[in-house]
Design a protein. Structure first.
Length: 240
C-alpha cells in the first residue's frame, strides 16, 4: 500500500514553522519606545537592535498607549519623548512612577536640556539626552540607567553638583519654574519662531488651546504683551 502523499504546500508550511521555532530568541534588557513619530521610533529601534545586547519589546505613540504597553510588556526601561499627542511626556513620567515605581525612564527629546533636564529628573526619569546626540551616546545612556546610574550631559551634571555644593537650593527660583510642562514646551517653540498654528500642529492641539496657554505664560511671567513674550522666548532660546 502506497504511503499517503502530503497535501500540496503542507511540507513547505512545516519547514517554515520549523524555521520560526528554531529562530534565536531575543535576549537582553527589554525597552519600550514612546514617541508619536513612527519614523523616529523606527530609527531608535534599529539603533538598539543593532547593538546586540538590548531588545525593543514594544512601541507606543501616546501616553495612554504607553501605560497599556507597560502593563502588558513589563519593560526594564522606557525611552520617552516629551512631545506626545494629548498628555505631555513629563506627565506620563509622573504617572508611570506612581503605578510602576521600579521602571527606569530615559527621556530622548529634541528639547533643550537646559530647560528640561532637571524638570524630568524631578518627575522621576533617570536620564535626559537630546535626539541629535551620537548613536553611541544614546546607547551609553540606556546602559548606564539600566545599571542603576543617572545619565545627563556633563554641563547639566556640573550644574547639579553646584546646586548640591550650595546646599541643594537654587539661589533664586527661576520664573520658568512657574510654567507648567505644556506651557514651557510652547514657550520654547515660540522662541524658535514657530507660529501658533505651527505649534498647534506639532503638539496636536487646537490653535485656541495654544493661544490660551500663551496668555497663561504672559500672566505667570508678568509680561504686558505678546511682543514682550516673544522677545523673551527668543532671547532664552539664543542663550541655550
Amino acid at each position: 500500500m502506497m504511503a499517503k502523499r502530503p497535501e500540496p504546500g503542507k511540507t513547505r508550511l512545516n519547514m517554515l514553522d520549523s524555521h520560526r521555532n528554531s529562530a534565536p530568541v531575543k535576549t537582553g534588557p527589554r525597552i519600550l519606545l514612546v514617541d508619536d513619530h513612527p519614523i523616529a521610533r523606527q530609527g531608535v529601534r534599529q539603533m538598539i537592535e543593532h547593538a546586540g545586547d538590548l531588545q525593543v519589546c514594544g512601541e507606543a505613540a501616546d501616553a495612554d498607549a504607553a501605560m497599556d504597553a507597560v502593563a502588558r510588556l513589563h519593560p526594564d526601561i522606557a525611552v520617552i519623548d516629551l512631545s506626545l499627542q494629548g498628555k505631555p511626556g513629563i506627565e506620563l513620567i509622573k504617572d508611570l512612577k506612581v503605578r510602576y515605581p521600579d521602571i527606569r525612564i530615559l527621556v530622548l527629546s529634541m528639547h533643550d536640556e537646559k530647560m528640561y533636564a532637571e524638570r524630568v529628573l524631578r518627575a522621576g526619569a533617570r536620564g535626559y539626552i537630546m535626539k541629535q546626540e551620537a548613536t553611541e551616546k544614546i546607547l551609553t545612556a540606556i546602559r548606564r540607567i539600566l545599571s542603576g546610574d543617572i545619565y545627563v550631559s556633563d554641563a547639566i551634571s556640573g550644574r547639579l553638583l553646584q546646586q548640591l555644593a550650595a546646599g541643594g537650593n537654587k539661589p533664586l527660583k527661576s520664573s520658568l519654574d512657574l510654567l507648567s510642562d505644556r506651557e514651557l514646551e510652547i514657550f520654547q517653540l515660540l522662541g524658535r519662531g514657530k507660529s501658533v498654528r505651527e505649534i498647534a500642529g506639532m503638539l496636536h492641539l487646537s490653535s485656541k488651546t495654544v493661544e490660551a496657554h500663551r496668555e497663561h505664560i504672559k500672566e505667570k511671567l508678568q509680561l504686558n504683551s505678546s511682543t514682550e513674550l516673544l522677545r523673551l522666548a527668543v532671547q532664552l532660546e539664543m542663550q541655550s
